[in-house]
Every structure is written in C-alpha cells, then in structure tokens.
Write a protein that binds this ligand. Sequence first.
Ligand code: SIN
Ligand code: FE2
Length: 201
Amino acid sequence: MVQRLTERDFEFHLGYLGRAAQTAILADIRDVVKQAPMIQPMTPQRQKMSVRMTSAGRFGWIADPDGYRYDQRQPSGKTWPDIPRSILKIWRAVSGVTRDPDCCLINFYGEGARLGMHQDKDEGSFDWPVVSISLGDEALFRMGDVTRGGKTSSVWLKSGDVVVMGGAARLKYHGVDRIKFGSSPLLKKGGRINLTLRVAG
Ligand code: SIN
Ligand code: FE2
C-alpha cells in the first residue's frame, strides 16, 4: 500500500517501490557505478563530505573545491552513463511533468554519513521538480523552509519511499540527519542509497 503524505509541501509516496522493483533498480545502479565510480567529494569549504556520490545522465552533479555544479563529464573525463529506464519510469509516474530529467545523482550513505540542510539550487530553472528515491537503510529526512533556520520537521524514509520536491517545496531546505545503519536487508553490507532526479539545464 502506497501512503501519500504532504508535509511542508514535500510530497511523499511512502512504500512506492516493492522489494522486486528495489532489487532491479539496485542492479541497474551497480551497472552505473561500474562505469562511473563513486567518489567522496571535497566541498568548496575543503570539508570531505560523509556521503559518497556519482551520477547518471547527460549531466552529473559535482562538488569539489571549485564549487558545486553540473558537468557533462566525470572527473576522469568520461561522460556519465545513461539514467536506467527502471529509474526514469518512476520520474514519469510521479513528477507530473512531461520532460525527462537529465541528471540522476546517486548518493551512498554509509554508517555515520549525513547531509547538512541545503537547497537544491544549481539547476538552470527551478520550475522542474526534484524526485528522490530511497533504497536500503532508513534515514531521518529533515525539511525546513525557503530560508535557513526556523521550524523544521522530519520523516523517517524507508527503502522504496519516493519524495517529490516540486512547487512550493522546490527551494525548501532539506537534509539527512542520520541513517539507521543496518535497518534494511536490501544492501548486504548495510547503508543507504538515495537517487535524486533533476532537470539540470
Ligand atoms: C539530497 O537532498 O540530495 C538527498 C536527500 C536524501 O538523501 O534523502
Ligand atoms: Fe537536496
């Protein structure tokens, strides 16, 4: 049963993907990672992020000491692998728009990894939603407002949950406080994968 929930204008499709769909997507992600290895980025503030990442699509999202941006090439110079169809299918079903995304950012959260509160604002236009797909361990997802600070609320995201950040939620601050390492059997060694689909340019 998919549970629909709106919280601070973020749209949640809780339990959207069943176990078979999650396993199929995981296999597709492993193919992507073979062609575009995960890296642990260093931010412009020269802090190592605790999250590891890679991308699929025409553009990948890059964080390095030069800044945050979308790039058509991996740090190795190669282009990014295509976004797997199993993932595009979810965007087409929940995004509410007819244009396909051109970036799928793949974040991996190992034990102790977190993602500070931020806005997704490196895209050329904020008229398109961002769709987030959670796989593996549970994560405490925190949502705020369009300005930093102020009241926030949070939801535990589980494997198979899908979140749409569009409309009034598109530029709202959000982040991941922590994961419950080992809470899901999907990834044999534990951890969480989050996919965010974006229209970059
Ligand atoms: C992100 O904001 O880029 C990822 C959110 C998440 O991991 O749930
Ligand atoms: Fe984000």
